[in-house]
Design a protein around this ligand. Structure first.
Ligand SMILES: O=C(CO)COP(=O)(O)O
Length: 258
């Protein structure tokens, strides 16, 4: 079986300006600088306006922290006011891009078709998508959370070839657990993450399913991360609020030390 390196990623959402971003990444780098702390891959997803500053810092100090964007345009270039292309993100040496976050689905009407086009745009420019999926509260209460989430996985990966799918990261983020303090129980999160891996195996192969990293996101904190990470199909966390506090995010990254 493939060994999957956990990916701990901080989704800053619309927080921290470029000056705050520099201070924050410096703090993370300092706190994670002990010799080869590579039990986890660590990434930050700052707002677009911070990316150049983060790139300069990471490049200049040869930091191991990776970074990426919170969204990408489905288009390559042209008359799309306000959009940021994959080529632009690649030029800033982004590794990751979050796609289909529930806040984009909810506030920007992103459908599975749009999400799928963005996944393809990311691949085209050598970026690794973090494909975000997850159900709203009503869907969970109706017991349809697995079906709902798998439909989003299938939609997001439509016509994505196996060699691209195996490097993808899928983040299971139940909408009702985001920013609410209501963490999804570790067993409940594992149920959906295992089903996602099963779906990837069905769409591609067991080999691809074993390679794909699946994160959990939704009110992850230093106090609950170890329990979540102990689950066999959970390969990391996508952290919102708690990633804005550098000390807390470092504790999350060092979940094994707790
Ligand atoms: O949406 C999230 C990460 O993408 C999770 O946010 P919180 O960690 O603030 O619940």
């Amino acid at each position: 079986m493939t060994t999957r390196t956990p990916l701990m990623a901080g989704n800053w959402k619309m927080n921290l300006n470029h000056l705050e971003a520099i201070a924050h990444v410096q703090k993370l780098a300092f706190a994670l600088a002990d010799k080869d702390y590579d039990a986890c891959e660590v990434a930050v997803l700052p707002p677009f306006t911070d990316l150049r500053s983060v790139q300069t810092l990471v490049d200049g100090d040869k930091l191991k922290i990776k970074y990426g964007a919170q969204d990408i345009s489905a288009h390559d270039s042209g008359a799309y006011t306000g959009e940021i292309s994959g080529a632009m993100l690649a030029k800033l040496k982004c590794t990751y891009v979050a796609i289909g976050h529930s806040e984009r689905r909810q506030y920007h009407a992103e459908t599975d078709e749009i999400v799928n086009a963005k996944v393809k745009a990311a691949h085209k420019h050598g970026l690794t998508p973090i494909l975000c999926v997850g159900e709203e509260l009503e869907v969970r209460e109706a017991g349809n959370h697995v079906t709902h989430t798998l439909t989003q996985v299938e939609g997001g990966l439509k016509d994505v070839p196996a060699e691209q799918a195996e490097s993808i990261v899928i983040a299971y983020e139940p909408v009702w657990a985001i920013g609410t303090g209501k963490v999804c129980g570790a067993d409940d999160a594992q149920e959906v993450c295992a089903a996602i891996r099963g779906k990837v195996a069905e769409l591609y192969s067991q080999e691809v399913a074993d390679a794909v990293r699946i994160q959990y996101g939704g009110s992850v904190k230093s106090g609950n991360v170890a329990e979540i990470m102990a689950k066999p199909d959970i390969d990391g966390a996508l952290v919102g609020g708690a990633s804005l506090d550098a000390d807390e995010f470092v504790k999350i990254v060092r979940f094994r030390d707790q």
